[in-house]
Design a protein around this ligand. Structure first.
Ligand code: ADE
Length: 238
């Protein structure tokens, strides 16, 4: 999987991709991240990347030219892969969207700043727009990292455990069951007996039920869309 990130603040992206899972995926050749400084593609003497909006009003708008120059010099014209703008106006990022995007071998992520980007970037360069939630951040860099993180852990071999992403919260449409590790008793609080039983069928059943209960208690909205078996439905009706 390859990501090309276009940003005015490359220094915000680099520390995160140089640690932990993303770093390991890069070292294993599963992930390539190229970070591009949009400012370097501004052709005027002062490398201006933003200007006040036509028609007045507050804030600054990111200019077309440096963005088109940056994306097209790296990815060609038209660009060789989807170009995703991170913006609070995009479709909302979910595990489903992460799975969908993980099918592409190559994605470009364009990080907006200030009041946003000139509308012509949206109309003529960007192919998809994604929001990470209904709140406004100072820029698209954290959202770009969130996309890369969620997508990278879906790449086979990126997580230490090959099944690591299978039981994730949201992967099955449900929240994940609770986890415990050693010791079996801490301050008198015991790990549920079934988990120590070695009975894999019982453990799987307990986990499924915990996931159902947890989703019912915390995110009942998810149950409407989750694929449920007859047994799941019976359990929930109790
Ligand atoms: N840029 C600013 N806020 C954002 C959000 N919520 N999602 C994606 N990009 C953003």
């Amino acid at each position: 999987m390859r990501f090309d990130v276009f940003t005015l603040f490359p220094g915000l992206i680099e520390p995160y991709i140089n640690e932990s899972i993303l770093e390991r995926a890069r070292m294993r050749g599963l992930l390539e991240v190229h970070v591009h400084d949009i400012r370097a593609y501004a052709t005027d003497r002062h490398h201006v990347t933003d200007e006040p909006p036509y028609g007045g009003g507050g804030g600054m708008v990111m200019k077309c030219e440096p963005i088109f120059n940056a994306v097209e010099s790296v990815l060609g014209a038209p660009p060789a892969c989807p170009v995703i703008l991170l913006t609070p106006q995009g479709r909302v990022f979910t595990q489903q969207v992460a799975m969908e995007l993980s099918q592409y071998p190559h994605l470009a992520l364009l990080c907006g700043r200030y009041e946003g980007v000139d509308e012509r970037v949206r109309e003529h360069l960007v192919t998809d727009e994604i929001s990470i939630g209904d709140y406004v951040l100072t820029g698209g860099e954290l959202p770009a990292l969130i996309l890369m993180d969620a997508i990278t852990r879906l790449i086979p071999g990126a997580l230490g455990d090959p099944d690591g992403a299978i039981d994730d919260s949201h992967a099955s449409g449900l929240l994940e069951y609770p986890h415990y590790t050693r010791p079996a008793e801490f301050r008198g609080w015991k790990v549920p007996e079934v988990l120590l039983s070695g009975n894999h069928a019982e453990i799987a059943r307990w986990r499924r039920r915990q996931a159902l209960l947890r989703t019912l208690q915390r995110r009942p909205d998810l149950l409407e869309k989750a694929p449920l078996s007859e047994e799941d439905r019976k359990f929930l009706e109790q």
